[in-house]
Design a protein. Sequence first.
Length: 126
Amino acid sequence: MIEYWLKKLSYTLTILFLISCNNGVSCDNQLKKPSTFVELEYQLENTEFSFIEELGLGNSSWITNCFYYSCDLKTGYFVLQVKDKKYFHGGVPLNYWISFKKSKSKGSFYNQNIRGKFKLSLLKDE
């Protein structure tokens, strides 16, 4: 029980620290609308986000890794990796990422709450 509350306190302090350091500055203006997912991945890996978190899922039957990138601590990019493929989602609220991490079944949460709901459009889609 103590471990649970320490983890919760640590997470809250991290968020408060990030908010205070960020001063509301958004990195959205650094991102350009990509024409390919390779370009998007490059941008995500080379932009200074206010919040970046990775969640390795060694216990999932099909998800190997997940990433969340946010400029403003309100919404961000959710990246789900399965074996040799990545799925990119934009405009995902931070609270979805938090709920995803807490969920017992990451795959079920993803399928019910993120998949098909937060699509990214590329320049070539326009």
